[in-house]
Design a binder for this molecule. Structure first.
Ligand code: SF4
Length: 355
């Protein structure tokens, strides 16, 4: 029995599921705007129609399709917040094609256009969905640092729709908390994102000029096998034969460095739960004691007092603390990405969560 796959909307698969790059009938190289950040060798594989050796897993497809399905939800949420938004018609979306370099164009379908809240000028709105970590990273660092390819994509649409660069909106939904937020990228920075994308594509355009559409002549690799771009690349086995297995073996090696049996893990979890329970009840006791001390101080009409403890005399006092918060949306709009990189720095740490 053959099962057919229903598209998200009747036209979605037809219009949006285009290759990342292709050669047009008049022998130009056309790159999909949403693939601007992709490895240039992978774009060449796609354009020369080479066989996919490492297809997407069902899990990855599910995440991708869920993200696409949620984009209209973000547009409706914007409309409810008084944005004037014209979403693309899923059955007949606008197609934008911009000549980036001689012989190379970038094309795509803008998600929406609209005016920023009540009084803004009309501009392109690029809608994204992100998991909680990526959403936080985008909010804090700004799109140009966290997802530069999405700014280049929006820049292409802005140029294609209006013929010039103007301030552009990236609206993003956190798929975990289902909150959405937006960032306005000023026109000068939209233009810079586009120029950077064109600089990056220039060697690919030259490669095309020299080799024509030759599938055997491959551009340089942009990444190495351990990078996530290669691990997710549909052409990994064609580009770096054997590396998919090597990556899997590495993953396995890392996992088996210190073998822990399921029984050991179960025992560790039970121990964790036992300690957590104790800590919770100790914490409740501590909070109760502090509350009593606070009432005692208030009744005395003092903010600080000395009291004999079991081992030494202690000071009991009220402390005022302040928290400072940064409006990342305004900060991102005001500062260049380079200035922000000096102010908002990124640290990563790893920890184990049991939930
Ligand atoms: S495997 Fe890596 S280097 Fe090769 S085409 Fe894919 S992303 Fe590029």
């Amino acid at each position: 029995m053959t099962l057919s796959t229903p598209p998200l909307t009747p036209s979605r698969s037809r219009v949006f599921d285009r290759p990342a790059a292709r050669f047009t009938d008049d022998e130009r190289l056309e790159v999909r705007a949403s693939a601007l950040g992709q490895c240039r060798r992978a774009l060449w594989y796609a354009a020369t129609d080479q066989e996919v050796t490492n297809p997407m897993t069902d899990e990855t497809k599910l995440v991708l399709e869920a993200g696409q399905a949620l984009e209209p939800v973000v547009v409706r949420a914007m409309q409810r917040r008084f944005w004037t938004v014209s979403p693309a018609d899923p059955d007949a979306p606008w197609r934008v094609e911009v000549e980036a370099l001689p012989g190379l164009s970038v094309s795509g379908h803008p998600d929406a256009t609209g005016a920023i809240e009540l009084f803004g000028d009309e501009s392109v709105i690029e809608v994204k969905t992100r998991g909680p970590e990526a959403f936080k990273r985008w909010q804090t660092l700004g799109a140009e640092r966290s997802h530069p390819e999405s700014v280049a994509q929006a820049a292409c649409y802005t140029l294609g729709v209006y013929g010039d660069f103007r301030e552009t909106v990236i609206a993003t939904l956190d798929t975990g908390s289902r909150r959405w937020d937006y960032e306005v990228i000023p026109a000068a920075r939209v233009e810079r994102a586009w120029n950077r994308a064109c600089e990056r594509l220039a060697p690919l355009a030259e490669h095309h000029e020299v080799h024509g559409a030759d599938p055997e002549a491959l551009p340089e690799r942009d990444f190495s096998a351990s990078d996530w771009q290669c691990r997710r690349c549909p052409y990994l086995n064609a580009c770096q034969p054997g590396m998919a297995e090597a990556n899997e073996a590495d993953d396995l090696d890392e996992e088996t460095l210190e073998p822990v049996s399921d029984d050991d893990a179960q025992a560790a979890l039970h121990e964790y739960e036992r300690v957590q329970k104790q800590l919770k009840s100790l914490d409740a006791d501590k909070r109760g004691a502090l509350k009593t001390l606070q009432h005692w101080l208030q009744r005395k009409g003092e903010v600080k007092a000395r009291l004999e403890g079991s081992a030494k005399t202690r000071t009991v006092g009220m402390v005022t603390s302040r928290r400072y918060s940064v409006d990342h949306q305004r900060l991102n709009a005001l500062l260049e990405p380079e200035q922000r990189a000096e102010i908002v720095t990124e640290q990563t740490s790893e920890y184990l969560r049991v939930s």
